[in-house]
Design a protein around this ligand. Structure first.
Ligand code: S3P
Length: 170
């Protein structure tokens, strides 16, 4: 079993909104590895970061992503940092992966100061720039299609992703 589409990209880019729209258009299910982690751990992502640190979160995330890639056939969204792991990137090599991109100004506008996103809690613009410098090439490496979201509605992004993948609707 393998996902119909895997969505990657930074937090706040709209992976869950677009993922659910894609799932509807394709008559498929939608799943998000962040939700899987919260359900399995009985605590929020922010709590895991605070209580155990980022490295522990990444280990939990890696396992959640591996399970979802092997056991799900709908539209799957990964947490924004999942691509940091090399084994995960290797697993993504055989998948249909859409990278939803946005520029830094759009990112700051959309996420702002969001306490639920621990990586952006302090100085969001600087954090964003650094985060994207570290990750952009990783998103690009795993992507079969790159879809820019700047100035587009979720419906427009969804259509662009379907066009890029040449997927037929249900
Ligand atoms: C993270 C993104 C978050 C979540 C965690 C870390 C990241 O997921 O996994 O806060 O490192 O970019 P979303 O991209 O779904 O917000």
């Amino acid at each position: 079993m393998t996902p119909l589409i895997v969505l990657v990209g930074p937090m706040g880019v709209g992976k869950s909104t677009v993922g659910q729209l894609l799932a509807e258009r394709l008559g498929a299910g939608y799943r998000d590895t962040d939700d899987d982690i919260v359900a399995a751990q009985h605590r929020t992502i922010a709590e895991i970061f605070v209580e155990e640190g980022e490295a522990a979160f990444r280990a939990i995330e890696k396992q959640a992503v591996r399970e979802a890639l092997a056991g799900y056939d709908g539209v799957l969204a990964l947490g924004g940092g999942a691509v940091l792991d090399q084994d995960t990137r290797e697993l993504l090599a055989g998948q249909r992966v859409v990278y939803l991109s946005m520029d830094v100004e759009e990112a700051v506008k959309r996420t702002g100061l969001n306490a639920a996103r621990p990586l952006l809690a302090i100085n969001p613009r600087k954090q964003w720039r650094e985060l994207m410098e570290a990750r952009r090439h990783l998103y690009e490496e795993v992507a079969t299609a790159v879809v820019a979201t700047d100035g587009r509605t979720p419906e427009e992004v969804t259509q662009a992703a379907l066009d890029a993948l040449e997927l037929k609707e249900a």
